[in-house]
Design a protein around this ligand. Structure first.
Ligand SMILES: NCc1[nH]cc(CCC(=O)O)c1CC(=O)O
Length: 311
């Protein structure tokens, strides 16, 4: 029996390494003849830390270097947070597998306040996401939303230094990094709609690599794929990169899929919402339809002014 080597291109943040280690363990669990090696690398998104993400621009800030490594055969797969994966893939690469989803909700984290509703007038809330910012400001125009960049540990350190009264981040990251006790409140999707793909991990590989594809197949989660497919379709139809005030969240019950979407002005002055239900077989089509409905409600106007502000 010859041993097959699978090289995983990964960022070096704690969360990226956790996700790569997770895929490594899964691959080794399913295949006794597979040896997995991590190939850690630094991406542009890891280097530019002092500029608000929305201004750094460029889609796929955190994935480009990993993709080049696969195309140059220095790595075989890359493990991504689905939330950060651009809608389009470079020629020769594709998203092969979507793994089971972790909790998709946003988390309220604070050392002094026990839940979002308890935030006092004028409290300072940290987040680097326009999606969170617009929903927070719509709910509570009095709150001060301040930019918060960096990986999960950096963000927590900034909170602990007292720079913010509370911060909002993905629950999945805190759970994966074994810090669930940091989460004071899981924010319901009705309050803050999550980002497309939040909590899901995807695996990208070369589209012509049949050996790797066969090895990856058992890691797939069908329901997560359908949910993320619907969510991403909505974002794609709205031409939403990762730094846009767009939320999309799908849930599945048997054969039924229910997708909620939202587009908001960054200052929270306007938020458009809609939802759609149908058969899971039509997940992607439902995403496109929901985007059309949001566009008809005026999403194009809101997004245009967001993009103009970013230039
Ligand atoms: N944009 C950064 C990012 N990408 C994935 C996660 C969390 C884990 C996930 O959603 O899978 C985070 C951090 C955050 O938004 O708080």
């Amino acid at each position: 029996m010859t041993t097959k080597l699978v090289r995983i291109a990964t960022r070096k943040s704690a969360l990226a390494l956790w996700q790569a280690e997770y895929v490594k363990a899964q691959l080794e669990h399913f295949h006794s003849d597979v040896k997995v090696e991590l190939v850690p690398m630094t991406t542009k998104g890891d280097i530019i830390l002092d500029t608000p993400l929305a201004k750094v621009g460029g889609k796929g800030l955190f994935v480009k270097e990993l993709e080049v490594a696969m195309l140059e055969d220095r790595a075989d797969i890359a493990v991504h947070s689905m939330k950060d994966v651009p809608v389009e893939f470079p020629q020769g690469l594709g998203l092969e597998v979507i793994c089971p989803r972790e909790d998709p909700r946003d988390a309220f984290v604070s050392n002094t306040i026990k839940c979002f509703a308890d935030l006092p007038q004028g409290a300072i809330v940290g987040t680097s996401s326009l999606r969170r910012q617009c929903q927070i400001k719509a709910l509570r125009p009095d709150l001060v939303v301040r930019d918060l960049r960096g990986n999960v540990n950096t963000r927590l350190a900034k909170l602990d230094k007292g720079e913010y009264d509370a911060i909002i981040l993905a629950a999945a990251g805190l759970i994966r990094l074994a810090m669930p006790e940091r989460i004071k409140e899981y924010i319901a999707p009705e309050v803050i709609l999550p980002a497309n793909g939040q909590g899901a991990v995807g695996i990208e590989c070369r589209t012509d690599d049949a050996t790797i594809k066969a090895l990856l197949a058992p890691l797939e989660c069908k329901t997560t794929r359908m949910r993320v497919l619907a969510e991403r379709a909505m974002n794609r139809a709205l031409e939403g990169g990762c730094q846009v005030p767009i939320g999309s969240y799908a849930e599945i019950n048997g054969q039924d899929i229910h997708l909620r979407g939202l587009v908001g002005a960054i200052d929270g002055s306007e938020i458009l919402r809609n939802e759609i239900s149908g058969n899971t077989a039509d997940a992607e089509t439902l995403g496109f339809k929901l985007a059309e409905q949001l566009l008809a409600q005026g999403a194009d106007r809101i997004l245009k002014s967001v993009y103009e502000a970013q230039d």
